[in-house]
Design a protein around this ligand. Structure first.
Ligand code: AMP
Length: 216
């Protein structure tokens, strides 16, 4: 398997499957997934930056670049990024894409209709210990409310920003700020655009299409 040129960006609205697909790609290629949402969530208790981060996240707004860029820059300096990485949730604006510059080889856009997104986010639960993501409608965990991954069994919780009002705001932000990146990366010739219909598609089917797009 060719490992060069594996600096990937997953582009898509909330609930489009960036996190899940990012985890699978990370396993397949042995490169880290970089979720800016997760990194910022871990900073919510930071005495200096936490209050500001919580304010943006809880209202469905975007965290400002002055906070985000140093976090991403530091993460990219980590030696585990030397063989490539998968961005999940970054870049989200044209400014961020310009800042990232040439440090991306392929962008996969996951196009999913709003009706599917809203439904998925409603049933999305995360394990507080290992971060595994569940759709409790499609794949019920073995023990209700608990993670089913081997040696984990952490509590499952719903992200506060997955409540319907906040999801609506996040979708609006996506349309306004992030969707223009599809065109931006298309013009740069590095976009692989996937479109899915109203029928919810199984994770492994989506993964097959994502891998085929990346390796084509
Ligand atoms: P996510 O887990 O990717 O859905 O991100 C959750 C929240 O974290 C977003 O709604 C934003 O408030 C914040 N966030 C994550 N990534 C970014 C980004 N690239 N730019 C600005 N805010 C971000």
């Amino acid at each position: 398997m060719i490992m060069l040129g594996r600096r990937l960006v997953l582009l898509g609205p909330p609930g489009s499957g960036k996190g899940t697909q990012g985890d699978l790609l990370s396993q397949r290629y042995g490169i880290p997934k970089i979720s800016t949402g997760d990194m910022l969530r871990r900073m919510r208790d930071d005495p200096a930056l936490g209050p500001s981060i919580r304010g943006y996240q809880d209202s469905g707004g975007l965290v400002v670049d002055e906070i985000l860029f140093p976090v991403v820059e530091n993460r990219l300096r980590n030696p585990d990024c030397a063989g490539g990485y998968i961005f999940d949730g970054f870049p989200r604006t044209l400014e961020q894409a310009k800042w990232l510059g040439e440090r991306v080889d392929t962008v996969v856009s996951l196009g999913v209709p709003d009706s599917v997104l809203v439904e998925r986010v409603r049933y999305r639960f995360t394990c507080e210990d290992c971060g595994a993501i569940y759709n409790t409608k499609l794949s019920k965990p073995k023990v209700e409310g608990k993670c089913g991954k081997e040696e984990c069994c952490g509590e499952l919780f719903q992200r506060p920003d997955d409540k319907p009002e906040t999801v609506a705001e996040r979708l609006k932000k996506y349309r306004e700020k992030t969707e223009p990146l599809i065109d931006y990366y298309r013009k740069r010739g590095i976009l692989k655009e996937l479109k899915f219909g109203e029928e919810d598609v199984a994770v492994d089917v989506v993964f097959g299409r994502v891998v085929a797009a990346i390796e084509s």
